[in-house]
Design a protein around this ligand. Sequence first.
Ligand SMILES: [Zn+2]
Length: 437
Amino acid sequence: MQGEETQGIPLQRAALLALFALSSALAALAAIVPSTDAALLLAKAAVLEPVAIRLEEALLPAPATYVREDRLQRGDTFQSLLARLAIGEADVQLLLRQRALQLLRPGAIVTAEVRAGTDHEGELVWLSFLAARDTAVRIERVGQGLVASEQRAQIVTRSVLKSAVIRSSLFAAADAAGIPDAVAIQLADVFGSDVDFHRELRQGDRFSVLYEMHWVDGRPLRAGSVLAAEFTNQGRRYRALRYADNYYTPDGKNMRKALLRSPLELSRVSSGFGMRMHPLHKAWRTHQGVDYAAPAGTRVRAVGNGTVEFAGRQGGYGNLVIVRHDSRVATFYAHLKAFGRGIRANARVAQGDTLGLVGQSGWATGPHLHYEFRVAGAARNPLSVPLPAGTPVARRDMDAFRASAQALAAQLDLLAGSQVAALGGGNGGTWVPLFLE
Ligand SMILES: [Zn+2]
């Protein structure tokens, strides 16, 4: 009994110290304010920072070196960053003379091992950071001097599976699930022929996505490609599986159709249910087009391949681009602020090319895109026009496609069965339909 008691005390102390270390590490995490996508991801990664133990009964000997990490902030100086890393003044001066330090860019995390103790306080052992083009830079102590070396960073790619329910916008849902913007934009692109992400998104819509994530030194660096995804929009479920750089439905149909649903580029500012405006026209019948409220300057893209039939000013339309897709189908883009590069009559355009920027030229009370879809000269509601599909998986590739698709779909199923139910999806809640102007 007595033996157990005496052993109990150090154990309690160790637990206390562990708690102390943990709370300090959490405080360090909280101090990081994510500014970009990468920053957001990085902020979620663990920050290595051995904590100095100042308790008198410290059980562990003081470490001989400390590893610290800090980020070069915008407007930061190298000097202040190096000081935050607790690098001594003598080594700061040596480092500032290193040309390799000039490769450091705002946002980059610098890791440094610095010696502790009265004799060598603040002496740099090594320092490293990731520079442009995935170059790992390392500056190391050799004798009294510092030597820099560069090498290609060791990038590890893993796939990540996540799901989210849409409450206000695609980007907000992605944020809540810790999904990078680059993945949200790919999702909008993959499903862009089936779903108009500006007008058709509803609260309760949900998605699961399997995507590549590239890591360096155990930290997420950036997102890669979406490998598979499922999107449920207003109760309709769409699935996309990547194969040979394209996306297909599980039965091999091409996800990309001849025309995109939305002529507006999806971005953080142009997305969401809040993007509505005062209606100029009350009904489809009187108006013959669809108005997309969007901030001035948002990119307007060609919904399909074609030829520019007209690019110039035309009465109430203001700056107008007309793209002819074939002998019957033409699309109109009005109220533009500016035309895209090379957009003039007879120019060829490909799906996704920038035709111009959202503005309010002509009869418009605020910045918005007026979009018309005409078939044989008659305006049609673009949301209800069936679109011809792109090339499906070739017959000879079908076996390979099926094998790959099944493996990807199985991963999506895993999530669809568990997490989405837990997130409380469904079509409840209130939503406001976007105006047809
Ligand atoms: Zn309009």
